[in-house]
Design a binder for this molecule. Structure first.
Ligand code: GTQ
Length: 350
């Protein structure tokens, strides 16, 4: 644009002020920001060290019960998105704590949720009448509008605090102003089917010949870590690591081959010891949870050392380079299926 004279600028400002009363604004002042040449996310790279967070998480249990809180969660808020309870523009993440004997009461909402177990074992979630016991590294889903309550009764006589990473599409649903929620009459649902029922039906590369599952979400409630880790270990023996991502597998809805939930893709990847990955970037910003090993994530030119149980976020279109000093396993999730559904997803491998 030519540089306008002082007089012209003053005339324009006066005009903008007059049209503001009619709720009109001049596109030409905002066009570059509204239609950027490439993504310019306000979301910034960040890492939350579990060792730093855990004491505060445990302190929260002295301040409020899971029942009073409904969900006792510390939200991982992106430093570039203050006050928005968002880790990226479209996704929410938080660390949820449930102490032995506690109950997080049954409710349902249109937001889809994933649970990735970070610390402790023996808590459970009940989804639509089926209970699933949590172990570290398990990936568990709560479909949109499914009743769910959480509890912690311990496992094999062991009991302690259990912490998991919650990933929800809260900001996406807020964007559409399409959120509904309701509380259940009972604190905990009545268990209607034995544990492992959905896994028996859909978890073995087979599906019942006469099932009636019609939802867009996976009929599998739990993707156990033992099974996913076993697959990565076998791949490591069978084929060379990808230069960008090591060995990376995407969790699937066994009925469609698509993502387990319509709004969130989830992956598990293995990086060999000494891995020095090449850079890649994608329009789906992603949240990572470290399961095993230590290394460095270079995100948009900033270096973050990571270790087990840490969480980090890679903003949309930020270049990511992964390095592993020890063999490392990373879980991640993003809004990629939504971007693919509307045909705008892009990625680049350097
Ligand atoms: O467990 O239902 O972190 O409704 C945020 C909202 C967890 C849950 C969150 C929720 C839940």
């Amino acid at each position: 644009m030519d540089n306008p004279s002082t007089v012209a600028r003053a005339a324009r400002q006066a005009y903008y002020e007059r049209i503001r009363a009619l709720h009109l604004t001049p596109l030409w002042e905002e066009l570059h920001a509204l239609v950027p040449r490439e993504p310019a996310s306000p979301c910034v790279p960040a890492l939350w060290r579990y060792a730093d967070i855990k004491p505060y998480l445990m302190e929260s249990a002295d301040l409020i019960s899971a029942e009073e809180a409904v969900r006792r969660v510390l939200v991982l808020e992106n430093p570039g998105l203050p006050g928005r309870s968002s880790i990226t523009q479209s996704l929410y993440a938080g660390l949820q704590l449930i102490m032995p004997g506690e109950v997080a009461p049954s409710h349902r909402h249109v937001q889809s949720a994933l649970r990735f177990i970070v610390d402790g074992r023996g808590a459970h979630t009940t989804v639509d009448g089926e209970r699933t016991t949590m172990h570290p590294g398990d990936f568990i889903i709560t479909p949109s509008w499914a009743w769910h309550d959480h509890g912690n009764e311990g496992l094999h006589g062991e009991s302690g605090p259990v912490v998991w990473l919650d990933g929800l599409d809260i900001p996406l649903v807020r964007f559409f102003d399409a959120g509904f929620a309701e509380n259940d009459n009972a604190k905990s649902q009545t268990v209607a089917r034995p544990e492992g029922h959905s896994f028996a039906r859909f978890g073995h590369n087979m599906v019942p010949v006469r099932h009636t599952h019609r939802s867009r979400t996976s009929p599998l409630y739990c993707y156990p870590y033992a099974r996913s880790r076993e697959a990565l270990a076998a791949l490591q023996k069978a084929e060379a690591a990808d230069a960008w991502q090591g060995w990376k597998l995407r969790y699937v809805n066994p009925l469609t081959g698509g993502s387990p939930m319509p709004t969130m893709q989830t992956c598990l990847q293995l990086l060999p010891a000494g891995f020095r990955g090449q850079g890649h970037r994608a329009t789906d910003g992603a949240v990572y949870s470290v399961v095993e090993g230590r290394g460095t994530a270079e995100i948009g030119g900033r270096r973050f050392a990571f270790g087990p149980q840490d969480t980090f976020v890679v903003p949309s279109w930020a270049m990511l380079r992964l390095e592993a000093d020890e063999e490392a396993v990373l879980f991640s999730f993003s809004d990629r299926p939504v971007q693919e559904a509307i045909g705008i997803h892009r990625e680049q491998f350097d």
